[in-house]
Design a protein around this ligand. Structure first.
Ligand SMILES: Cc1ncc(COP(=O)(O)O)c(C=O)c1O
Length: 404
């Protein structure tokens, strides 16, 4: 039998990380326990001292969560993973474990609103210097590096503007200077994109999104080399600051991951079809989706995202539709959708739409938001798994209602 790492993605999503428990259960049981008993004080001491393996307390480790971590590490082709109670928990874990006062971080100019807040406001409060840079521009990135730069953090594609950064080009520059490269891969998880294979040091996920894929869990994960992940899970955020997932949520994500290949194929296929529909619509000004041949980043996205791209896109409405402001036109379009839900997540079975300027990125200062391309006319859409004809006819009827 092949080693799991040599198997196909669909096979790995089902089998990697799994080992039968003592009772031979096929599905990993939910170890819904806060603590683990020791037969003797000596055994407890030895487990605390890590002289013998074994669980002691679920904030530090739990069998259901450990299976999830093995599975995510295998899918991202990483050595190790630590799962967290949210995507923000994963981001916080990396930042507080590997940064200290006096360090300089380069952050992509367009990132998820809460990430922007933590990096812009919270890190600076602790004496970390921060620059926001368009990391898709490698020359600009190179020019922003200082003697004290220790981390480059970015999303590719960016939320919500779908800009692509060349991960291997960034990793090459960073490698020359011993700078850690952290990629938030939430929008393009495997089998779409593999940042570690491109040279990144860490991959982060909001597993709330595609990895769980069913819209019923908040969770996160960090994947990297064994030593770095041990630093996070053993002594920093996840254990001591407590960003640990519940065993029940770990179980749900393990369950969701088993259909990941099928789901990602459908999300991406629907995404491309919707992006093409929007591109041809007379009320749409611009579509941001790297899988469109008209995208200036198509060639890079094709290579880096293995021709799958993502199910997420954003688009801008034309100005002055029906004499309305951009915001009013967006509001009206979204309110008229009947199948798609207005909600701020992505990667769920159902199609979701939201208005970043007033929702996910409302806390980013307006001028910074607009510099990053998050205008009032921008709508983000996450293609669901519905039949494509139904998604398109929903969009069609909503567009007709704003163009009366
Ligand atoms: C790209 C990206 N990273 C991180 C997060 C944070 O994840 P969570 O909501 O699971 O904390 C989000 C949430 O939308 C996101 O879109």
């Amino acid at each position: 039998m092949n080693a799991h790492s040599e198997m196909g993605f669909g096979t790995m999503s089902i089998h990697s990380g799994h080992h039968k428990d003592a009772e031979g259960a096929l599905a990993m049981p939910i170890y819904q326990t806060s603590t683990f008993c020791f037969d003797t004080v000596e055994e407890g001491m030895a487990k605390f001292a890590k002289e013998i393996p074994g669980y002691v307390y679920s904030r530090g480790g739990n069998p259901t969560t450990v299976e999830l971590q093995h599975k995510i590490a295998a899918l991202e082709k990483g050595e190790a993973c630590v799962a967290t109670s949210s995507g923000m928990g994963a981001i916080g874990a990396v930042l507080i474990t590997f940064l200290k006062a006096g360090d300089h971080v380069i952050c992509g100019e367009c990132v998820y609103g809460c990430t922007d807040f933590v990096i812009r406001d919270t890190l600076t409060k602790f004496g970390v210097e921060v620059s926001f840079v368009d990391t898709s521009d490698i020359d600009m990135l190179r020019a922003a590096i200082k003697n004290n730069t220790t981390m480059i953090y970015f999303e590719t594609p960016t939320n919500p503007t779908m800009k692509i950064t060349d991960i291997s080009a960034v990793a090459q520059i960073a490698g020359e200077k011993n700078i850690k490269v952290v990629v938030d891969n939430t929008f393009a998880p495997p089998p779409v994109q593999y940042p570690l294979a491109e040279g990144a040091d860490f991959v982060l996920h909001s597993i709330t999104k595609y990895i769980n894929g069913h819209g019923d869990v908040i969770g996160g994960a960090v994947i990297g080399n064994r030593e770095d992940i041990a630093l996070i899970s053993g002594s920093s955020s996840s254990k001591l600051c407590g960003a640990t997932p519940s065993p029940f949520n770990s179980f749900l994500v393990i369950r969701g991951m088993q259909t990941m290949e099928l789901r990602m194929e459908r999300h991406c296929k629907n995404g491309l079809a919707i992006a093409r529909y929007l591109e041809g619509h007379p009320l749409v000004d611009k579509v941001y989706y790297p899988g469109l041949e008209s995208s200036p980043q198509y060639a890079l996205a094709e290579r880096q995202m293995h021709g799958l791209f993502s199910g997420v896109m954003s688009f801008e409405l034309k100005e002055g539709i029906g004499g309305m402001t951009s915001y009013e036109a967006c509001r009206k379009l979204l309110n008229h959708l009947e199948l798609a839900s207005i909600a701020v997540s992505l990667g769920d079975p159902g199609t979701l739409v939201q208005h970043p300027a007033s929702m996910t990125h409302a806390n980013v200062p307006k001028e910074k938001r607009e510099e990053a391309g998050i205008t009032d006319a921008l709508i983000r859409l996450s293609a669901g798994l519905e039949n494509i004809e139904d998604i398109l006819s929903d969009l069609d009827q909503a567009f007709k209602k704003i163009d009366l």
